[in-house]
Design a protein around this ligand. Structure first.
Ligand SMILES: [Zn+2]
Length: 260
């Protein structure tokens, strides 16, 4: 365990290094939202990316090669999420595993009367509370280039990583855990979302959010960052609750008519 002051001194030294121009090009290409940041935000994002890359390990799976393009694209999207939370580097996260595509995860469940049922499930990303994030590279690019509507696997998994800082992915990040009124208000948003789905009304984000409170928080957070005006129109209360947790207001910078 490292002393906080020592860690901060090391991080400051990393932030003070010049940011490689080739990394800037990668951010511009694969983290499209960076074009809407102001100078101060862009500086802070670069510093965050440099620290994140120095502190986390990356591992390629199924033949995936880990290049600067891969590392900086992932760190840049994660940095957008953390922009309002200085010093937040997803403390429990140690390694990022990247697949060249969606991947199959083995699932199993115990059967009544003994035995196990096993099956495979296709995934585009996941976060383990033990400290790993798993991502499908094409999905990282889709989200970063805003080509998949409000979806972003990196933002989704970062939301889980924040949520898991205090244990379970229960949809209540530590910043809100001590505020029962926030928890109750988010719960009410979830009930409204489920009702809208039941009634066949259109909703702002993927119905995967209905899976659990943890998934609701993660999917709604994707929309908050990726298509903030859409989320604001859909549910202003939900937008406001996420704004309190993420401590930023993406709709203030993302243009209303977003170019594709
Ligand atoms: Zn999830």
């Amino acid at each position: 365990m490292m002393f906080a002051w020592l860690r901060e001194r090391r991080r400051r030294a990393i932030r003070d290094q010049p940011f490689p121009p080739v990394w800037n090009d990668i951010l511009a290409r694969n983290v499209r939202q960076t074009v809407w940041l102001d100078d101060d935000e862009r500086d802070r994002l670069r510093g965050w990316v440099a620290v994140f890359l120095a502190e986390k390990s990356f591992e390629g799976c199924r033949g995936m090669e880990i290049t600067d393009e891969v590392r900086v694209s992932i760190a840049g999207q994660a940095g957008l999420v953390a922009l309002g939370l200085p010093g937040e580097f997803f403390a429990r996260l140690q390694s990022v595993l990247v697949y060249p595509g969606d991947y199959l995860a083995r699932k199993s469940t115990a059967l009544e009367g003994g035995g196990e049922l096993e099956w495979q499930e296709e995934r585009l990303g996941e976060t383990w509370s033990g400290g790993s994030m798993v991502l499908s590279w094409p999905r990282v690019l889709e989200g970063g280039r805003l080509r998949d509507g409000p979806r972003s696997v990196v933002i989704h998994e970062c939301a889980h990583a924040i949520d898991m800082l205090d244990g379970e992915a229960d949809g209540i990040p530590p910043l809100a855990a001590s505020r029962p009124e926030w928890v109750a208000a988010l719960d009410a948003c979830r009930v409204r979302f489920d009702e809208a789905l039941d009634e066949g009304r259109s909703v702002a984000f993927d119905d995967y959010a209905a899976e659990s409170p943890g998934e609701f928080f993660a999917v709604a957070s994707e929309c908050f960052f990726q298509d903030p005006h859409r989320l604001f129109r859909f549910d202003k209360t939900l937008y406001g609750l996420l704004e309190q947790v993420w401590r930023q207001d993406p709709k203030a910078r993302v243009p209303l008519q977003r170019g594709k």
